[in-house]
Design a protein around this ligand. Structure first.
Ligand SMILES: Nc1nc2c(c(=O)[nH]1)N[C@H]1C(S)=C(S)[C@@H](COP(=O)(O)OP(=O)(O)OC[C@H]3O[C@@H](n4cnc5c(=O)[nH]c(N)nc54)[C@H](O)[C@@H]3O)O[C@H]1N2
Ligand SMILES: Nc1nc2c(c(=O)[nH]1)N[C@H]1C(S)=C(S)[C@@H](COP(=O)(O)OP(=O)(O)OC[C@H]3O[C@@H](n4cnc5c(=O)[nH]c(N)nc54)[C@H](O)[C@@H]3O)O[C@H]1N2
Ligand code: SF4
Ligand SMILES: [Mo]
Length: 754
């Protein structure tokens, strides 16, 4: 080593949200000195948001953990990795032995889908753990879309993506991509893409109870009462039938169940649903006519359509409208991706409820149970009560409903392990915290988000800096845990376990009927990637056997990981391509427009009309460019600026309550109360209030010094764990019925929660 510092530039995909922007990162001696948008990135072309720009601060955060933490009574001790795993083995293995596999639960949080360790190795750990108590952030997010897609198209990952770059008419419900940068629709530079849509004469309609940033740039903003999008969409569907606007085009040859759909929404004409939605019947009919008239139109729904009481029905209706207007699988409509990396699929038909939760008898979906019932499973005594928990990249104490109860549950556990770089509201309850290394030390490829992307893209980022001495990569951490839960003890051989994971994948690749390398010799495939280990080996195997792959030498110029290493700005595999009917894996081989399970929920939808209280208040969330769920509030540049955690209240409602800007208001539901300062704004509907989630950092034990200074309050104290979408188990986090009351100065001295 020389004494002079070395400067260099690396290009990487940003791992912080679904947009997958290319970053140009300047390094000096392995420290990040500057982050810019990578102008040569084939997908993002230089776009960057405030979060991506602060990756350097995030990586260098002094509050990040670098060595395992071990709880000793009330204090923490830093220990070496071997000691940490020995303690885990000592405590977890006896629980597994004497109480069975289901006594240990796992919770996987959102960043698992943003890194290769979680993508490829979390499943290996779940397999060795063998528990039915698997929970993830999906059931506080997009599970309804998986369930509706599974039933309609055969697989929960066969999700149609709005082709926003080619559409003429985009109707967006419950999404605010100008703040979130998009979700279930990977599209770096969403603002630029929406502007391009309008510049080419297209029309953007945003349906939202708030005048969001996206609503502001739309041609039309349709205000809607939270939780009622299913009624609006049913009204649109009914209008399409009524007015002879159904036009299946080529889809007719691939679609079953159209009559059953018509029958199922017969009781929900626009005139009947209008007052519930707060949208005039004429507007509902006009929306239907505009969708039918546009050459290329698409409906897209996100958080506001899935974290609601009728999440699955709403997610389904979004696709029903796209199909009835002939816009599925058509450029400018809703299309399926052809990702370069796709896991081999079993031929089994999609279903839910293959097992049920012990306490509330809730059905499994995608191999997991609703996180809304995790606390029940921990707190309710009985056989198979959950006594230990492993959390990986998750913060259920802030992200799941009824946080007070969740925290009570976490505090009561016999043993808890958290894989997390911080001492968070959740990991503060752990007995052992295992920190993953900084992002730049790891290889990266957005396996999950290229499934959901508006173009087919392949972009790999190799590790840019070496792993710090004594650190473990996160996939190695997960395999060590897998070794323990497989009964191999604390010192399991990571390379052997990794070899097993690779061999298992090759086995699937060479036997799955739809695989392009079915019938090939497993050893030949393994030999072709023998220079690699860890996630890179799995990635290479998947790339090479994928739709653009070199098929291990059978196809010239095909993709390999080596090819991606030579293309640091990514490879553009083109716009989305028509994929019907080969993408369908339903038993019939057709689009199931009217799945029995979903049609079976339509009576509840119709009955629900009577429950809508148009006089009461409901709570919704919102996101801001400077946040990332619960965990980036510790980045100084993002924390700077005005308080983001305020309760938005309409001026008329504020007047009715006798409160003004900055006053504290108590928001109460069946589950609990939270007190927040209000911001009076006409950007929200009357009768609706909005509070962002993921705040409330000033609780004992959280080691995030910056976040603690502007802690905000925790909106999930009022979300009710009993309120879920029954088909998917997804929690209701938007449209929560609440009462509001002014907090007097004396009352404000009391604790915030009751
Ligand atoms: N009320 C309300 N609640 C919501 C939502 C809402 O809109 N309203 N949104 C929901 C949604 S969409 C989601 S996705 C969930 C998110 O819910 P969670 O996934 O439970 O929570 P996050 O806040 O994303 O926390 C991520 C954790 O991962 C850690 N982490 C970051 N990077 C890594 C890494 O590379 N490895 C590991 N091991 N850990 C890492 C962070 O420190 C943090 O503790 O919240 C949900 N909760
Ligand atoms: N800056 C930032 N970006 C993020 C995140 C973050 O926390 N911060 N989180 C990431 C994650 S994990 C996800 S899943 C995505 C989510 O991405 P989006 O779905 O775009 O999420 P939000 O920005 O919460 O937008 C949801 C919108 O729905 C509206 N809404 C609420 N209830 C209803 C309803 O009943 N009907 C209708 N029509 N609208 C409703 C809200 O007012 C809000 O404007 O964002 C990702 N990106
Ligand atoms: S939009 Fe998302 S992917 Fe792009 S820079 Fe921001 S956080 Fe990163
Ligand atoms: Mo999410």
């Amino acid at each position: 080593m020389t004494a002079t510092s070395t400067q260099r530039t690396v290009y990487r995909s940003c791992p912080l949200c679904e947009a997958t922007c290319g970053l140009e990162i300047a390094l000096e001696d392995d420290e990040i000195t500057r982050v810019r948008g990578d102008a040569d990135d084939v997908f993002s072309e230089g776009f960057i948001c405030p979060k991506g720009a602060t990756l350097g601060e995030l990586e260098a955060d002094p509050d990040r953990l670098h060595r395992p933490r071990l709880r000793r009574g009330d204090a923490w001790e830093e220990v070496g990795w071997d000691d940490a795993f020995a303690v885990i083995d000592e405590h977890l293995s006896p629980i597994l032995e004497s109480h069975g596999r289901n006594a240990v639960a796992a919770y996987l949080g959102n960043p698992n889908v943003h890194n290769l360790a979680g993508t490829f190795y979390a499943r290996a750990l779940l397999k060795t753990l063998g528990t039915r108590n698997v929970y993830t952030a999906s059931t506080v997010d997009q599970m309804p879309k998986h369930v509706s897609s599974g039933y309609m198209f055969g697989h929960p990952l066969t999700i149609p993506i709005p082709d926003i770059d080619r559409t003429d008419h985009l109707v967006m419900l419950g999404a605010n991509p100008l703040m979130s940068n998009g979700s279930l629709c990977t599209a770096p530079d969403f603002p630029g893409r929406l502007k391009a849509l309008r510049d080419r004469g297209g029309r953007l309609v945003v349906v939202d109870p708030r005048r969001s940033r996206t609503a502001e740039v739309a041609d039309e903003h349709v205000w809607i009462r939270p939780g009622t999008d299913a009624y609006l969409l049913a009204g649109i569907v009914q209008t399409l039938f009524d007015e002879g606007l159904v036009r299946l085009r080529d889809l007719a040859a691939h679609t079953d169940g159209i009559e059953a759909v018509e029958e199922s929404i017969a009781g929900l004409p626009p005139e009947r649903v209008a007052s519930a939605c707060g949208v005039p019947a004429d507007d509902i009919r006009r929306m239907a006519r505009e969708l039918a008239a546009a050459d290329r139109a698409v409906v897209y729904g996100r958080i506001g359509t899935s974290t609601v009481r009728f999440g699955t029905v709403t997610s389904w209706l979004v696709d029903v409208v796209n199909i009835l207007t002939g816009n599925l699988d058509r450029p400018g409509g809703a299309m399926f991706t052809t990702p370069a990396v796709a896991a081999p699929r079993s031929g089994r038909p999609f279903t839910t409820g293959r097992w049920r939760s012990r306490v509330r008898d809730l059905p499994e979906a995608l191999g997991e149970l609703p996180v809304a019932t995790l606390a029940d499973e921990i707190l309710t005594p009985g056989d198979e009560q959950v006594r230990a928990l492993v959390t990986i990249a998750g913060n259920p104490a802030r992200s799941a409903p009824n946080s007070a109860r969740m925290e009570e549950a976490l505090a009561s556990l016999g043993f808890m392990v958290s894989v997390d770089p911080y001492v968070t509201e959740t990991s503060r309850f752990a007995d052992v915290i295992l920190p993953p290394p900084p992002h730049l030390t790891r290889g990266h490829y957005d396996v999950a988000f290229y499934y959901l992307s508006v173009r087919d893209i392949a972009n790999y980022s190799p590790p840019a800096v070496p792993l710090p001495d004594g650190a473990l990569d996160e996939w190695e951490i997960l395999l060590r845990l897998a070794g323990i839960t497989a009964g191999q003890g604390a010192g399991a051989d990571v390379d052997a376990l990794d070899g097993f994971v690779a061999a298992t994948l090759v086995q699937q690749l060479t036997t799955a009927p739809s695989s392009r390398v079915a019938g090939r010799e497993p050893d030949d495939l393994l030999a072709a990637v023998s220079e690699r280990r860890g996630p890179e080996r799995l990635l290479d195997l998947l790339l090479r056997s994928g739709p653009y792959g070199d098929l291990f030498g059978e196809r010239d110029e095909g993709l390999t990981l080596g090819v991606l290493e030579d293309n640091p700005h990514g490879i553009d595999l083109g716009p989305l391509k028509p994929r019907l009917p080969e993408v369908l894996t339903t038993a019939s081989g057709r689009v199931e427009l009217a799945p029995e399970a979903i049609i079976g929920d339509m009576d509840r939808l119709e009955a629900g009309l009577a429950d809508i209280d148009t006089d009461g208040f409901v709570l919704v969330g919102r996101r801001h460019l400077r946040t990332n769920n619960s965990w980036m509030h510790n980045v100084p540049s993002l924390a700077k600026g005005r308080d983001l955690c305020t309760l938005h209240v309409h001026p008329d409602d504020a007047e009715g309550l006798g409160v003004g800007d900055g006053d504290d208001v108590a928001v109460s539901s069946r589950a609990g109360t939270v007190v927040a300062p209000i911001e009076v704004t006409s950007d929200i509907m009357r009768g609706v209030v909005s509070l962002p989630h993921g705040f409330g950092h000033d609780v004992e034990g959280v080691e995030q010094s910056v976040a603690r200074e502007q802690p905000g309050v925790n909106s999930n104290l009022v979300a009710d764990h009993l309120d879920i979408d029954p088909l998917s188990g997804n929690a209701v986090l938007n449209g929560i019925p609440v009462t509001l009351s002014r907090v007097t100065a004396e009352a404000a001295q009391e604790p915030a929660t009751v």
